[in-house]
Design a binder for this molecule. Sequence first.
Ligand code: SAM
Length: 282
Amino acid sequence: PLRGRNGYDGPVTDLPSLREQLDAHGLSAKKSFGQHFLLDLNVTRKIVRLAGPFEGRSVVEVGPGPGGLTRALLESDAGKVVLVEKDPRFLPLLGELDDGTGRLQIVEGDALKVREAELVDGPAHLVSNLPYNVGTALLIKWLTGPWTPHALTLMFQKEVAERVVAAPGDEAYGRLAVISQAVCDARIVLHLPAAAFTPPPKVASAVVHLVPRPDRPERDTLKRLERVTAAAFGQRRKMLRSSLKPLGGAALCEAAGIDPEARAETVDLAGFLRLAAALPTV
Ligand code: SAM
């Protein structure tokens, strides 16, 4: 069962447990890096099962830390596993997962700045137990940036996961839902309690699986969508004719076929796309 698509039967089987690895390397979690580790391989294997199959495609993992998810990825049918880790303390420990075949690539760097297109050829999956302090910023980068993953499987704080998948009328419905769902089909595939992590965070977590839509908007439309949703949800209690005033107010709403007296939280994705299309060119 530990054999990957490329016949990988390397060190994963013989490795000490993640906890032993952390102790052996004298490592503990740092709050500033948003470190909450998954040390149970049953959990990380489950996440990887939900993310795949990869069918030989590359997988980029952001923030591997002690490598619990990485180990499960190395057991999978991923063709290549590329790690991006900001905390250099983990690099020696991650290096022990390298079987020398070139399947594993370890990059020390900030995922917010890294250019993924330079790390992988062809379509690649993103799989990550995200550092919560930069989770939303990273999602926006992958949704709106020049590089689009084949699919994204991402652990967020539960509250952020709910904001990604929310529907009109939900309390969590806002900019993140509109932008995420304009680009991807998104659903929550797993809930995890805080106790699943070491150390446990203050809140529960959830894994969101996102698949880019074939009809996702062009970058220019996405920029417009960001402007409209920022204005509309920036003052979500107000009617659109007043929250959207700087962008055209009631006239803009009418051009888009939206009731100017509606509030942002009732407008669906199609409505926001029409508002974005009706914006005067800048
Ligand atoms: N994947 C590991 C697991 O599940 O046990 C660790 C997850 S921990 C929530 C987040 C990881 O992201 C940490 O290893 C942290 O050092 C790393 N990290 C934090 N900020 C980062 C950034 N900007 N770029 C890359 N990695 C980052």
